[in-house]
Structure formats: structure tokens, C-alpha cells
Write a protein that binds this ligand. Structure first.
Ligand SMILES: [Cu+2]
Length: 458
């Protein structure tokens, strides 16, 4: 597969080695963030124009950056010929502002939301969530970052210069045919695995190059792929520090050599490039996603901070209500608790501000994590890890099959990868009322019905 891809790349002489584009920060106008959903034209490879979708551009979206305590107003204008929605993934907001499948934005109309930012500093994102159409709309380009700052993130000695030493990486994969035209759901296995690509894309570009300063660089990594879980590592096996999970900073940096990131998940990492003499690659398996070349410039940050966030104190969970979710089925039969998504059915009724435990099981049987870009792609039929995402909350992972969660997943999470045969217990709490979704973040699974609705009220 790899050789095949390389052959394609050579034949087509791609935009290879292009400098990593940084999604620009979206500027407020009269106190409003304006997003226009547009149909674009975009060349992933020279001379192969694709029809894409973007927010205020041909592909992806500008980065929305806000501060805890802000009242934020966003207007989303849909200039497409089809419906869309915009979901603020990871954000705690009331149901009608959540941007799920009920908040349809009709062609030619503008959806206006206004909400306070009440949660801590984190790297969130936004993307469409239209019933049965999330997969294709994200695949065609709709995804953007939503960054929250707070006093803590401002005061920590971390790289903070956006686009210089604080680098967003939206990692995706797309599949191109022999003519390098974009494909979507053209194979039977796509229904089972979700849409896996044969080319890695970062910030909309194939195999880009980035020149980090010589010192500590921060990467805010989003897995914005439809279905692929990336196992990220550097080609020289250098270690790095994970500093944040989906919903905020970890208590302290965790030293790691690889980072498994499922669709929908984010992580922030610090990498020290002081010792970078020649190029190093950020890879998934042996597939190179991003090439890093040293820049002749010192960075301002030389050290990794010792502490990042308050100590996590979990409440006594022994008497909390437990709610059970079993992800099962495969292909067109994927479901949760035997039910497929129904817009007219509310599956769970949850009390506002009352912490409870969600017990989430992946009822597939065998281990099947051979998903790397550089690895085989055929061996995951059926027994697929499912990334479970819950709207309107940042939760804590209490345990995996009864064992404590990994050190690096003890921060706030909104998406958790559940392996076949695994059960995870999540401490959830909802601070905003309304109707929300929980679902698998393999977008084709979501589109096929692996989703349910819960109502939060007093
Ligand atoms: Cu799934």
C-alpha cells in the first residue's frame, strides 16, 4: 500500500514539502465571529481540482479563539445548496446552541448562537453534525479549531505564539484513486471500517514541512479524520510531553514516545527541538505525515513546566447512578444498546448537575488495532475500536475494564476510544439543559445510526 501511494505521489509530483499552512485566527467583527460555509475548489495535488467545503475558505476553517468568561456570538451563514449544522465539539453549551442534527442550517440562512464560555483552557473544534451527512461534509473539508484560553493557560510558561511555537495540527486522511481524484465510500469495507484514506493530510496539505524553533514547540493536535486512529511518533523515536487532553491541561506533563489519537480526540504536546540537527518526521506507523526541519532560531521556551493544572480530585462515585451503553453491530447494523439513531426518540433522560457514571462497552470481540497508515489496512473488518463521544460535557475516565486509566488520559475528555471487548466507566456531569447526542466518532458509524439522544433537565 505504501509503495503504491508513493508511486502515485511520484507520478503526480505533488505539492509535497509545502510549508505547513496554519489556519488563520478568525477575527471578530463588531463582537461577532462570522463563519460562512462555502463550496470551494482545492488542489490536494497539482492539477487535480476537487470540489471541497470550507468555512470562510476552500477547505477547513479559521481558528476561533476565545477566553473563559467571554460571551461569544457566532453567526454561521450557509451558502451551500444543502443543509448543514455546526457542532462545537467539546463545548459545554445549552442544547439549542450545540449544533447537533436538530439545529439544521438551511441553504441561504444564518444560524446565530450566543453563549458564555464557562470551561477551562482547551483545544476544541467545530464541524458539521447533520443527520446521515456528517461523514461526507467533514471529509470534503468542514472542520476548524476552537481554542479556549484562561488565566492558567496565560500564566503557564508554555509556547503561546500561535503559528510560531504554538502549532495547530489538524490530522486527517483521504483516499485518492489512481487519477488522484478524491474518493468517498467506494468500497464495501468503507461501510464497516468507516472511510479510511491512503494519503495523510495535515492542515489540508499532503506531507507538509514545518520548521520549528530550536527549543520547545507546542502542537495542538486534532484527529479530524473520519475513521482512522493515528498512532503518532517521531522518526528518531524522540520523546515528547503530553500536556493536555480533549478538555484541558493534565495535572503535569507526561513523557511519551507515541500518541494514539482516535477520531474526534485532541492532545497537546510539547516537543523539544534543541537537539534537532537534521530533519525528523512525525509519523503514523512508518507513514510520514509531517517533516520537521530545524530553523536557525532559538525559541523563547526552553523548559517544560513541572505542573500544569490542579490536582484531580474525584468525588465518591460509589453511590452514583450508572447508565449503560453497549456499542455493537457492524456495517449497516451498528447500534448502541440495540437501537439506531431516531430523531424522534429520546434514549436517556439525565438530571442537570448530577454527576453519574456512564458505562460504555464495545461488544466487538477481538483486538483489531492494525489501523496505521503504514500498516495493513485490511485486517480490521468487524472488530473495530469505537471512539465514543458525548456532547455537553467534559468527563473523567474512571477505569478501563476495571483498571485505572492511563496517566495521559486523566485530564478532561469528551471522546474515548473503546477497544473491542473493553468497558470504560466515565464520570459525567451536565451543566447545561437541552437535547444532546452521544455517538461513535467514526463518522460513517455515526451516519449509519451508532448514535443516541439524551435530554438534560432539572
Ligand atoms: Cu464506531
Amino acid at each position: 500500500m505504501k509503495i503504491l501511494v508513493l508511486l502515485f505521489l511520484c507520478l503526480f509530483k505533488m505539492s509535497f514539502g509545502e510549508i505547513l499552512p496554519i489556519p488563520p485566527l478568525l477575527e471578530e467583527k463588531d463582537g461577532v465571529f462570522n463563519l460562512k460555509v462555502i463550496e470551494g475548489e482545492y488542489e490536494f495535488f497539482d492539477g487535480t481540482e476537487e470540489s471541497t467545503l470550507g468555512y470562510n475558505g476552500n477547505i477547513l476553517g479559521q481558528t476561533i479563539r476565545v477566553k473563559k468568561g467571554d460571551m461569544v456570538e457566532i453567526h454561521v451563514n450557509n451558502s451551500l445548496k444543502e443543509d448543514t449544522t455546526v457542532h462545537w465539539h467539546g463545548l459545554r453549551v445549552i442544547g439549542i446552541m450545540d449544533g447537533g442534527p436538530h439545529q439544521v442550517i438551511k441553504p441561504g440562512t444564518t444560524w446565530k448562537v450566543r453563549f458564555p464560555i464557562e470551561q477551562e483552557a482547551a483545544t476544541l473544534w467545530y464541524h458539521p453534525h447533520l443527520l446521515h451527512k456528517t461523514g461526507i461534509q467533514v471529509y470534503k473539508g468542514l472542520a476548524g479549531l476552537f481554542i479556549i484560553d484562561d488565566e492558567r493557560s496565560d500564566s503557564l510558561n508554555l509556547p503561546k505564539n500561535y503559528g510560531v511555537d504554538d502549532i495547530p495540527l489538524i490530522i486527517q486522511d483521504k483516499r485518492f484513486d489512481s487519477q488522484m481524484k478524491l474518493e468517498y465510500l467506494t468500497r464495501n469495507e468503507d461501510i464497516i471500517n468507516g472511510m479510511l484514506g491512503n494519503v495523510g493530510i495535515i492542515n489540508g496539505v499532503v506531507d507538509p514541512t514545518f520548521k520549528p524553533q530550536l527549543g520547545v514547540t507546542r502542537f495542538r493536535i486534532l484527529n479530524g479524520a473520519n475513521a482512522r486512529t493515528f498512532n503518532l511518533a517521531f522518526s528518531d523515536n524522540r520523546s515528547f510531553y503530553q500536556i493536555a487532553t480533549d478538555g484541558g491541561f493534565l495535572e503535569k506533563p507526561i513523557r511519551r514516545k507515541s500518541l494514539l489519537l482516535a477520531p474526534g480526540e485532541r492532545a497537546e504536546i510539547l516537543v523539544d527541538f534543541k537537539s534537532l540537527n537534521e530533519k525528523v518526521e512525525l509519523r503514523d506507523g512508518d507513514y510520514s505525515l509531517l517533516t520537521l526541519i530545524p530553523k536557525d532560531e532559538e525559541s523563547k521556551v526552553e523548559k517544560v513546566p513541572k505542573m500544569l493544572n490542579q490536582k484531580v480530585k474525584l468525588p465518591d462515585t460509589s453511590k452514583m447512578k450508572k447508565r449503560y451503553f453497549v456499542m455493537q453491530g457492524s456495517g449497516r447494523t451498528v447500534n448502541i444498546n440495540g437501537k439506531q439513531m431516531d430523531m424522534d426518540r429520546i434514549d436517556e433522560y439525565v438530571k442537570l448537575n448530577e454527576p453519574e457514571i456512564w458505562v460504555v462497552t464495545n461488544a466487538s470481540h477481538h483486538m483489531g488495532r492494525d489501523m496505521m497508515m503504514g500498516g495493513g489496512m485490511s485486517s480490521m473488518m468487524g472488530n473495530i475500536p469505537h471512539p465514543f463521544h458525548i456532547h455537553n460535557t467534559q468527563f473523567r475516565i474512571l477505569n478501563r475494564n476495571g483498571r485505572p486509566p492511563y496517566k495521559w488520559e486523566r485530564g478532561y475528555k469528551d471522546t474515548v476510544l473503546v477497544d473491542p471487548g473493553e468497558t470504560v466507566e466515565l464520570l459525567v456531569e451536565f451543566r447545561h439543559a437541552g437535547l444532546f447526542m452521544y455517538h461513535c466518532h467514526i463518522l460513517e458509524h455515526e451516519d449509519m445510526g451508532m448514535m443516541g439522544q439524551f435530554n438534560v433537565s432539572k
